[in-house]
Design a protein around this ligand. Sequence first.
Ligand code: GAL
Length: 423
Amino acid sequence: MRSLLRFPLKKTLLGFAVTGAVASAPVQAGEVEVLHWWTSGGEARAANVLKELMEAEGHTWKDFAVAGGGGETAMTVLKSRAMSGNPPSAAQIKGPEIQEWGELGLLGNLDDVAQAEDWDSLLPEVVANIMRHDGHYVAVPVNVHRVNWLWANPQALNKAGVEVPTSIDDMFEIADDLREVGVIPLAHGGQPWQDATVFETVVLAEAGPDFYRRALVELDPEALNSETMIDALTTFKRMRTLMDDGMSGRDWNIATSMVIGGQAAMQLMGDWAKGEFTAAGLTPGEDYICVPAPGTESAFTFNIDSLAMFKARDEEAQAAQDDLARLVLEPTFQEAFNLAKGSIPARSDLDMSAFDSCAQRSMADFKATSENGGLVPSMAHGMAVRASVQGAIFDVVTNFFNDPDMSPEAAAERLANAGSSLL
Ligand code: GAL
């Protein structure tokens, strides 16, 4: 059944060339319940690729989608399911959090699939490392997102007679012209993870990847509470002047739709935003512009989505999980999913010709920055520090952003405390 369905499905459903090896041993069909938070237009299209591939293998897909950008709500729901002894088969768990779940002894082992499919040589080391706990593969990467992007509407910029900004200063400089023609300079959603996304991008732009790493990855108190951080915090708070009053609580994809519709000119957001432009049928370079966030051209903030597997209850569940893990790294999935999601494949050996110019640039920059030191993990997206530290940093960042009376000096001091008290 599986071998009959595989090839025709790939051709008709996805329409892409199949270049990878296809495993042939028959497996028992089982159910996979997959927790994720891919509920926006572009994200849902991407998640559907996996559902259809799994169903074509004869498995039953039980969708466990928990809305909420950045996944905070999804993680809360996952914890309560796991605590009641009933975790799903797989969940979108990322970065250092994979280690936390591994330490609890709840994750299954994907070494057999990883060995059969040669993940060690398919995956860049920076990606493979995150997927292993205690030397064993426990998760499979679906993609690599770049967080430090600026999305812009060229018509909105033209209307004001301004160019795409190449520095954060430029962003402030073009703001008045945009406002004069009734365009909001920067679309934003006031939610902690979105505030943190803008914050880490400003830190990267103002202070560069080495400082970013010291402050937001190594949590060096001297970097967190430094003049450099105070300057970055000052600029970060000034970004509010580019945003509109309605931003509080707004979802990220609503902010993206403001750029698509021309009410706003720009958005600082990871390339899941591109999934929204793609779902709206728009073409980069014509209908919208993607450029690395101003001032961060030589850096790449990575955010790798991955599915971690919970220990399977029986053989069928195990077989379904193994199939899920194998499918995720196959070229068919990697291409179709990432075209819809806005990200690039997690493996770097794939032909990128079906991808748009933003993705091609992302792949080139990912490779270049992994050689030259510009590649840094996203703090805002759970790649840099454990969830408890990330939560403490989010609190400081959001409180500072929203409190007109909190000084950048006080925020820097609180950041240092947040970093060190929880280490
Ligand atoms: C990120 C996640 C992306 C995207 C985004 C918005 O943390 O890695 O896949 O879903 O949140 O929800």
